[in-house]
Design a protein. Structure first.
Length: 94
C-alpha cells in the first residue's frame, strides 16, 4: 500500500468534467505534493493509513473527497476541493 496520493487519485472519476480545468489540476498537483510531504512525516512517525475501500486509495469519501465539481451536492459553494486546494484523507480511526 502506498502512503501517497496521486493527482489521479485526487481527480477520481471526474477527469473529463469541464470544471476540472488545467488551473484546477495545477493547483491540485501542488497541494497533493504538500499533502504527500505530510503523509511521509506521519508514516515515519508510525502512523499507518489504510486505503479507502470506496476509492482504493487514501482519498476519503465515496466520490467527492478529492475534486468536487461546482455542482457537487456536498461542500460549500467555494469549497477548496473545487479549486484544487483540498483533499480529505481517509482515516477511519479518527
Amino acid at each position: 500500500m502506498t502512503h501517497t496520493i496521486t493527482l489521479t487519485d485526487w481527480i477520481g472519476p471526474h477527469g473529463s468534467h469541464p470544471d476540472c480545468t488545467m488551473d484546477v489540476r495545477e493547483a491540485a498537483e501542488a497541494m497533493v505534493d504538500r499533502v504527500n510531504t505530510l503523509l511521509a512525516v506521519a508514516y515515519s512517525d508510525g502512523i499507518l493509513l489504510d486505503a479507502n475501500p470506496h476509492t482504493g486509495c487514501l482519498v476519503a469519501g465515496t466520490r467527492l473527497g478529492g475534486f468536487r465539481p461546482r455542482s457537487a451536492p456536498i461542500g460549500a459553494a467555494k469549497s477548496k476541493h473545487k479549486s484544487g486546494h483540498a483533499v480529505d484523507v481517509f482515516d477511519p480511526r479518527r
